[in-house]
Design a protein around this ligand. Structure first.
Ligand code: NAG
Ligand code: NAG
Ligand code: NAG
Ligand code: NAG
Ligand code: NAG
Ligand code: NAG
Ligand code: NAG
Ligand code: NAG
Length: 476
C-alpha cells in the first residue's frame, strides 16, 4: 500500500462528552482538510487513455473514471458544480413522479400506463464511465443503477452526437444480430418499459426502443444482440440498444450501461456467468482518482478496510426496477436522530443521484444536530437544494461531525468525510452541508452517490441484499 497517500486520508477522530437530556454521549468529529474538496484544474488529456479492465478469480474488474476526465475543454468547476445541483434536483423530481405514478396505478395495470424507459435519469449527474467490449470494438459508457437498458450509438446514424472514438458499427461484426419483434427480449422491453410502439415502425420485423431523458436528451434505435467482453470474459447474446438517433448531454461517451434490477439490465442478462452480483467503489471526483466496478461475487478481490455488512433489500413489487433499503436511523457526530418515520417506507440507493435526499422531518433533525456540533462558522447563502452553507474563507481545516446511516440487520454506512460537505465555490467562501430535503414528507428518500464515495457497495440482486464496507477506491 502506498503509505503517504493513505495517511493523507486518515482523519483524527476526536471525542467530546456531551450531556443531552441527562444522557451522556460521545460526540465524534473528524478533522478535515478543505483542500480535499478542491478540484485540480486539469485539462483532460487529448486522446485520453480509456478506463481499463481485468479478470481476477471469477470476477471482472472495470476501472471507473470521472466523466470529466476525457473532456478536452477546460472545466469551469464552479459552474459545473452549481449546474450539477440544479440538474440533480430535476432528476429527483422526475424520479419521484415516476415512483408516484407506479405506486398509484398499482401493479395490475402497470402495462397500461406509459412509463418512459429510464425517465427521470438526468445524465449530467451520472459521473462515472467504464469501458465495455462490444463485439470486437471498445465502447466507453456511463454507468447507471437507475436504468436497465444498455445502449450505444450505432452506425449508420440518422443523427449522432459527437463521441470520442468510433461509433459502434454492427456491419463490422459477424456476431451482431438485430432482434425481431417476436423475440422474447422485445416482449420484455414492452412489458418492463412501456415501449408499446416497439413494433410499429416502417420495418415491422425490427424491435425499436426509445429512451427519453428528462433533460431533452434521447436515444432511439433497434434492439440487437452481440457478445460483450471485459477483461477476457465474453458473454454472448447480450441484448442492447443500437442507437441510430441520439441527442443530448452524453459528454463524448459511446452510450450507457444499465445496472438496474429488471431482467433487461446487464446484471440480469449476465447472471449465469457472474451470479447476478456487482459492486462499485465510487472515487471522489476531485483528484482524478479511479474507482472500480466489479462484476461477479468475488469479495476476495475487494480492498475493503472494514468487513462487509449486508442489509436486506425491501421488496416493493411496484418498484421492482429499483434497489430499495430499510433505513432505520441516522447518527450525526455519534448522536442518534429521533424521528419516528425511520423504517416506514424504504429508501432508494442510486448511483446517479448526487446528493442524498431525506424526508423534511428527518432532514431538519439532521440539520439541527449538525449545526449544534458544527458551530462558530459564518454562514453563507444556500444554493439550489443545499440550504446550510458556510463561508470558510481562510480556514484550512475544520472539525466536522461524523455521519452514519443505519440499515436493517445492524448495518452501518459510515459516510466518508469527503461526502459531508459540498464545495459550491472553489475558494471555500461557500461550502455547504451535502444533504438535502425532499419537498414532500411522503416522497421516497434517496441515498445519493456523494455519500457513497470511498465505500464498496455490493448489489446482490439474486439474494436481494446490499453490502457496505469502507474502501479507498482505486483500480490497481
Ligand atoms: C479493446 O481493449 C482491450 C483491453 O484494453 C485491448 O486489448 C484491445 O486491443 C482493444 N480493442 C480495440 C479494437 O481497440
Ligand atoms: C468498419 O467498417 C467500415 C466500413 O463499413 C470501415 O471503414 C472501418 O474501418 C471498419 N472498422 C473496423 C474497426 O474494422
Ligand atoms: C419470428 O418471426 C420470424 C419471421 O419473421 C420467424 O422466422 C421466426 O421463427 C419467429 N420466431 C419466433 C420465436 O416466433
Ligand atoms: C422479464 O420480465 C417480464 C416482465 O416482468 C416477464 O414477463 C418475463 O418473463 C421476464 N423474462 C425472464 C427471462 O425472466
Ligand atoms: C438468472 O439466471 C437464471 C438461471 O441461472 C434464470 O433462470 C433467470 O431467469 C435469470 N434471471 C433473470 C432476471 O434474468
Ligand atoms: C455473494 O457472496 C456473499 C459473501 O460471500 C454471500 O453471502 C452471498 O450469498 C453471495 N451471493 C450469491 C448470489 O452467491
Ligand atoms: C425496517 O426495519 C425495522 C426494524 O428491523 C422493521 O421494524 C420495519 O418493519 C422494517 N421496514 C420495512 C419497510 O421493511
Ligand atoms: C467570506 O469571508 C471573508 C473573510 O472572512 C470575507 O472577506 C468575504 O467577503 C466573505 N465572502 C462572502 C461571499 O461572504
Amino acid at each position: 500500500m502506498n503509505l503517504p497517500f493513505f495517511s493523507f486520508f486518515l482523519f483524527l477522530v476526536s471525542f467530546h462528552f456531551i450531556i443531552a437530556n441527562g444522557v451522556c454521549q460521545f460526540e465524534q468529529k473528524k478533522i478535515f482538510k478543505l483542500q480535499m474538496l478542491q478540484r485540480k484544474h486539469q485539462f483532460g488529456p487529448k486522446g485520453c487513455i480509456l478506463p481499463e479492465s481485468r479478470k481476477e478469480k471469477g470476477a471482472i474488474i472495470l476501472e471507473m473514471k470521472d466523466r470529466g476526465y476525457c473532456s478536452e475543454r477546460k472545466i469551469n468547476w464552479n459552474r459545473k458544480l452549481q449546474k450539477q445541483l440544479i440538474l440533480d434536483n430535476l432528476r429527483v423530481r422526475l424520479m419521484q413522479n415516476r415512483i408516484r405514478t407506479k405506486v398509484s396505478h398499482g401493479l395490475g395495470q402497470s402495462s397500461e400506463i406509459q412509463i418512459p424507459l429510464a425517465s427521470g435519469i438526468n445524465l449530467e449527474t451520472l459521473n462515472y464511465i467504464v469501458t465495455l467490449g462490444l463485439g470486437n470494438q471498445n465502447m466507453t459508457v456511463i454507468i447507471d443503477t437507475g436504468s436497465d437498458l444498455t445502449w450505444v450509438q450505432c452506425d449508420p446514424c440518422l443523427s449522432c452526437y459527437n463521441q470520442q472514438g468510433p461509433v459502434f458499427n454492427p456491419s463490422n461484426s459477424s456476431s451482431y444480430k438485430s432482434l425481431l419483434c417476436n423475440s422474447s427480449a422485445c416482449q420484455n422491453l414492452q412489458l418492463t418499459t412501456g415501449n408499446t410502439e416497439a413494433c410499429e415502425s416502417s420495418n415491422p420485423s425490427s424491435c425499436n426502443y426509445a429512451v427519453n431523458y428528462g433533460d431533452g436528451s434521447y436515444t432511439d434505435g433497434e434492439l440487437g444482440v452481440e457478445h460483450i467482453n471485459f477483461g477476457g470474459i465474453s458473454v454472448s447474446n447480450f441484448v442492447f440498444g443500437c442507437g441510430r438517433n441520439n441527442k443530448g448531454l452524453f459528454g463524448g461517451v459511446s452510450g450507457l450501461m444499465g445496472l438496474g434490477r429488471s431482467n433487461l439490465s446487464l446484471i440480469s442478462q449476465t447472471n449465469t456467468t457472474f451470479g447476478g452480483v456487482f459492486s462499485y467503489c465510487l472515487p471522489t471526483t476531485e483528484n482524478g482518482a479511479s474507482g472500480s466496478l466489479v462484476i461477479g461475487n468475488e469479495s476476495s478481490v475487494f480492498k475493503n478496510l472494514t468487513p462487509i455488512a449486508y442489509t436486506s433489500m425491501v421488496s416493493n413489487p411496484q418498484l421492482s426496477n429499483f434497489y430499495i433499503l430499510n433505513l432505520t436511523g441516522i447518527d450525526v457526530g455519534g448522536v442518534a436522530l429521533e424521528d419516528t418515520s425511520f423504517g416506514n417506507g424504504g429508501v432508494l440507493i442510486d448511483s446517479g443521484t448526487v446528493i442524498t435526499r431525506l424526508a423534511p422531518s428527518v432532514y431538519n433533525a439532521l440539520k439541527t444536530e449538525f449545526l449544534k456540533q458544527f458551530s462558530g462558522y459564518p454562514f453563507a447563502p444556500g444554493l439550489s437544494i443545499l440550504d446550510t452553507c458556510f463561508n470558510l474563507t481562510g480556514i484550512e481545516e475544520v472539525s466536522i461531525p461524523t455521519l452514519s446511516m443505519h440499515f436493517e440487520d445492524n448495518v452501518d454506512l459510515n459516510v466518508d468525510a469527503t461526502g459531508i460537505l459540498y464545495m459550491v465555490k472553489d475558494d471555500t467562501s461557500q461550502v455547504c452541508l451535502a444533504l438535502a430535503s425532499l419537498s414532500d414528507e411522503n416522497d421516497m428518500a434517496i441515498i445519493g452517490n456523494y455519500q457513497q464515495r470511498n465505500q464498496r457497495v455490493i448489489y446482490d440482486a439474486k439474494q436481494s441484499k446490499i453490502g457496505f464496507a469502507v474502501e479507498e477506491c482505486s483500480f490497481i
